[in-house]
Write a protein that binds this ligand. Sequence first.
Ligand code: KMH
Ligand code: ZN
Length: 280
Amino acid sequence: MTTGTLITVAPTGAESAKAEVPALPVTLDELLLTAKECEALGAAVIHVHIRDDDARPTLDQGRLRDTVAALRENTDLIVQLSSGGAVTDPESARLAVLDAGPDMASCTMGTVNFGDDVFLNRWEFIVDLHTRMQERGVVPEYEIFDLGHLTALQRLLGKYGLPHGGHVHVDFVMGVPGGMPGTTATLVAAQQMLRDLPEGTTFSATGIGRSTIPVMLASLSTGGHLRVGMEDTVTYAKGRPVESNMQLVARAVGFAQLAQRPPLTTAEARTLLGLPAVAR
Ligand code: KMH
Ligand code: ZN
């Protein structure tokens, strides 16, 4: 029986430009401030993409390590690094993200059209990511952009075994142009497909752009958890740009409380996700 709500904040992403979205946190200081404030509001996990000095997406190893260390020093948040990066990032750099020693990393379960681009996730690459995470004690969050990605996850777990910690957690990323739509009907279909995955599998959901609110409400009402943040939406309401990630987290916390499923603490989230009680 699901009680509390796991709230993940995805504050930056790799797609929006700082010049067009000035509120986007792109420096380490901006990220840390965002992280601390979102944690105080009720976020338990931070899904991290970083930027270089010119605010362009990067997977620079030194920066990733510094970011993990600084988040650990300044917050109790569960640090989940993106292994998705930007659509232009090579597989080698995406695999090397694990060297930065995060608590968690994302693992996208298949290739998907991504607007005008392609977000490439070959089977062999997915297997590499999954098995390296098992070896290094990094807990994956399986990113599901389309329903077939759940079938790929079933195959992955069947062939290569459970992730580190033994718990399976997926995130439905809905409403990407080229992926599954961000509708209640699709979320219910995705949730039903979890029956083919190990018992106790949990899910979060996020809706890109205007599907943010419908997906949030559908996830809460079907026992799911929430991911919000400026990676996924930069519009708060029609004609109203998002002012900060805190604004999105505060809204998610409000909805979760209305649903009588208050935010999980970071300690509760660690238990749910199969992470050790404290960061390594
Ligand atoms: N930026 C997208 C191409 C992830 O973080 O793992 C991939 C993405 C998924 O955001
Ligand atoms: Zn991401």
